[in-house]
Ligand binder design. Structure first.
Ligand code: NZQ
Ligand code: ZN
Length: 397
């Protein structure tokens, strides 16, 4: 295990019927609020009215930033920065999924940056001080509620890039599983695939002796495998939603990541699919992941041992060599995503019908993700192309 620092200052308020605590959480941060939200799900669920009542009844004033897109766009960030500056606001209250929280993070940093907010996405070292953020999360997926990361899209340049900063970590996150009851099957599946991918990106790594981190990762993976299919069939099953919500937070708050080095792969490739085709992040990951695992097994024998550990510890598989177990684990992963989460598992089924941009997306993925070095299995442009092209056909086992 490597040396590490882990500081997660987020005040987590987990569970139902806790929204009444919002005024006490917000008050020390200021009375003038930017209320940021997405395309309307919080209005349909009634959450918007509850939040507005709590703010007005407790002496807060607020300005709204509505309509933050899934795959949030830099223009929404620019608008948020403008609203905070013009209205001299103190704190951001982000109500929604990861996209709303991510946009809020870059808004928070952008207020103190003398230049265009896109600079902060291109270069995270330009992020310094930030406006404090409190969020009420409505979708279990990204882990943004307890981490320093944000992912922002620029449709003009076909770029979707991650950035981050220590001051961007939410000061408090309200995690109420009942708020996720209205998340539809598709987004529930996408969120679950995203959490699994976060765990894979950290777990499939060559740093030795990270047993604590791997044990947490395996436990959280098994939790998702158990509860995601239940949440899809019974959207208001509290136990399933609660476990998924906490799993999403733990999957990407640093507990699994710290103490090891080595980078991420599928996310870099998926961010290109989303940048060019605006597809749902978790769905893109679901399609890519089993092909990536298969590619790793075929390209690099050194990948077999860890994939076999995954097979044994997560899927309970026992029979065969490391390579055989690794291949069985790919099938298990694919079937879980396809049959239990009901995700269509080819790119044409999720809106990417032609192969004309595959080379361009592969080049960008290698560039933006640094995929040629320090990965579980390093990937060249032609490797990424092969992985994406494999996503045009069903996998057979
Ligand atoms: O916009 P509204 O109307 O709110 O609807 C949203 C949106 O259409 C809807 N939704 C959210 N909560 C709901 C709900 N619908 C019904 N009931 C509810 N309770 O779901 C749709 C998707 O929302 P979004 O916020 O985009 O989803 P998610 O939380 O999966 O966030 C995805 C974004 O996060 C980025 C992704 O790339 C993507 O842009 N990521 C952020 C990370 C981070 N900050 O650490 C890490 C991830 O790897 C990821 O890249
Ligand atoms: Zn993700």
């Amino acid at each position: 295990m490597e040396n590490f620092r882990l500081q997660i200052p987020t005040d987590i308020r987990f569970g139902k019927d806790r929204l009444g605590e919002l005024p006490e959480v917000l008050a020390p941060l200021g009375k003038r609020v930017l209320l940021a939200y997405g395309g309307g799900s919080i209005k349909r669920s009634g959450l918007y009215d509850k939040v507005v009542d709590l703010l007005t009844d407790n002496g807060f004033t607020f300005v709204e930033l509505a309509g933050i897109e899934p795959n949030p766009r830099i223009d929404s960030v620019r608008e948020g920065v403008r609203l905070i500056r013009e209205n001299d606001l103190d704190v951001i209250l982000a109500v929604g999924g990861g996209s709303v929280v991510d946009a809020s993070k870059v808004i928070a940093g952008g207020v103190y940056y003398d230049g265009d907010a896109w600079d902060l996405v291109l270069d995270s070292s330009k992020i310094g001080k930030a406006v404090p953020i409190v969020d009420i999360l409505t979708l279990a997926a990204t882990g943004t509620e307890m981490n320093r990361n944000a992912v922002i899209s620029n449709p003009e340049t076909n770029e979707k890039l991650g950035t981050g900063g220590w001051d961007l970590i939410p000061r408090a996150s309200f995690l109420d599983p009942t708020l996720t009851f209205t998340v539809n099957k598709w987004q529930t599946a996408a969120g679950s695939a995203d959490m699994m991918s976060h765990l894979y990106e950290q777990y499939f790594n060559h740093t030795p002796a990270v047993d604590v981190q791997d044990g947490i990762a395996e436990g959280v993976m098994k939790t998702i495998i158990k509860h995601a299919p239940v949440a899809i069939k019974e959207p208001d099953n509290y136990d399933a939603r609660a476990n998924l919500l906490w799993a999403s937070t733990l999957a990407l708050n640093g507990l699994v990541a710290r103490g090891r080095s080595g980078g991420w792969t599928c996310h870099a490739i998926e961010h290109e699919l989303s940048a060019y085709y605006d597809i749902t992040h978790g769905i893109g990951l679901a399609v890519l992941t089993p092909r990536w695992m298969q590619f790793c097994i075929d390209k690099d024998d050194k990948s077999h041992a860890k994939l076999a550990t995954y097979a044994r510890n997560v899927w309970g598989l026992t029979e065969g060599s490391d390579e055989e177990l690794a291949r069985q684990a790919v099938e298990k992963t694919y079937r879980f995503l396809h049959e239990d989460l009901e995700i269509p598992m080819t790119l044409p089924e999720v809106g990417i019908e032609t192969k004309e941009l595959v080379l361009e997306m592969s080049e960008k993925a290698v560039l933006h993700g640094g995929l040629e070095r320090d990965k579980f299995v390093n990937l060249s442009v032609s490797d990424v192309e092969a992985i994406i092209l494999a996503c045009f056909e069903e996998m057979t086992f």
